[in-house]
Design a protein around this ligand. Structure first.
Ligand code: FAD
Length: 305
């Protein structure tokens, strides 16, 4: 049943008509459990509070699978706007973005042009930019773009997904680039041709990748809410004397807040991924797929006046 629900929400997450309708008709964003606000002003206020509570942040302007050039350029402008806001307000925040929001499905030239502008702004204001990983179809392109930019910029990172068979090889390949990597389980619906179908195998691969990346000496952001994975990272830290400034935990805004607090109190660097904007639909559907029990929270948010 759980798997059925998961597939249902992942199917919905890619529905373009529903995405457009959700954007147009929206809902009261303060009521959303997983989104910090409708615009950068709201998000900046929320980030200030999160920073004051002792967490660092990565901000994400929601948007994906953009299919027209104007919208793609607007997304890039919004990323630069967010970087400037981080600097103006003295926020402790990085930026995360999705390449399809910058027009990956339209033209690679457009994406590279926008990314360079965003990374230049990041460089100027000391803001690191992480390229989120999207579905398998776009994984190779995303890594090629990351590698090209990594030779030009210090302030760029990306994400690897433990559910993909290819990731172990990608991780070794990226080792030459001194990469800033977030490692996650993976949030999209993928076929068993390319991804482990069983959760148990994904979890085992996740542990293997974290260990490899840490022992390679690379900075590792562990993006998970899973106690077992977090405990495993703590064991690795002890067993291999991994310095605390070589890794951090990352969790999504609104999820497992008590666990976020516990890790912070234990002295770990804890980064909260804070999305904002009106393109909330795909993001929220993937959160429901991860945990169908969240459906009640989201429905309450949608219908709340
Ligand atoms: P799971 O096994 O899914 O969950 C473990 C436990 O965590 C659950 O039992 C539950 O207690 C809790 N939990 C998990 N999800 C939720 C939820 N939605 N609501 C409430 N409780 C929950 N995926 C990508 O494909 N590309 C990315 O670029 C990407 N970036 C991410 C960035 C960050 C900071 C994080 C935290 C995740 C990111 N993800 C990304 C999503 C990731 O791939 C997983 O889908 C997501 O983190 C759920 O997996 P999990 O490791 O938390 O473990």
């Amino acid at each position: 049943m759980e798997q059925l629900m998961r597939n249902f929400f992942l199917f919905l997450s890619k529905n373009k008509t529903l995405t457009k309708l959700a954007k147009k008709y929206g809902f009261k964003f303060g009521a959303s459990r997983f989104v910090a606000g409708v615009d950068i002003e709201h998000a900046a206020r929320k980030i200030k509070e999160i920073n004051n509570d002792g967490f660092v942040v990565t901000i994400d302007h929601l948007g994906e699978f953009v299919d027209n050039e104007q919208e793609a350029k607007e997304s890039a402008d919004e990323c630069i706007n967010a970087i400037k806001k981080i600097a103006d307000k003295g926020l402790d925040s990085e930026l995360s973005l999705k390449l399809t929001s910058l027009g990956l499905d339209i033209s690679e030239e457009l994406v590279m042009d926008s990314l360079r502008k965003i990374l230049d702004a990041g460089k100027q204001h000391n803001v690191t930019v992480t390229i989120d990983m999207e579905d398998y179809e776009r994984c190779g392109k995303t890594l090629d773009i990351f590698k090209e930019l990594r030779s030009e910029y210090e302030n760029v990172g990306t994400v690897l997904q433990a559910y993909l068979y290819r990731t172990e090889e990608d991780l070794q390949d990226l080792n030459d680039y001194d990469p800033y990597l977030r490692i996650v389980k993976g949030a999209y619906k993928e076929s068993p041709e390319v991804a482990f179908p069983d959760k148990k195998d994904v979890d085992e691969n996740y542990k293997k990748l974290i260990k490899m990346n840490l022992l390679n000496g690379n900075y590792t952001a562990v993006g998970t809410h899973d106690d077992a994975i977090i405990d495993y990272v703590k064991e690795l830290e002890k067993e291999h004397n991994i310095p605390r400034d070589q890794f951090e935990f990352q969790m999504l805004f609104g999820i497992r807040i008590e666990l976020q607090n516990r890790l912070r109190k234990e002295g770990y660097k804890m980064r909260v991924y804070v999305p904002y904007g009106n393109d909330w639909y795909g993001y929220n559907m993937r959160r429901l797929a991860e945990r169908p029990a969240n459906v009640m929270f989201v429905l309450k948010g949608i219908f709340k006046k």
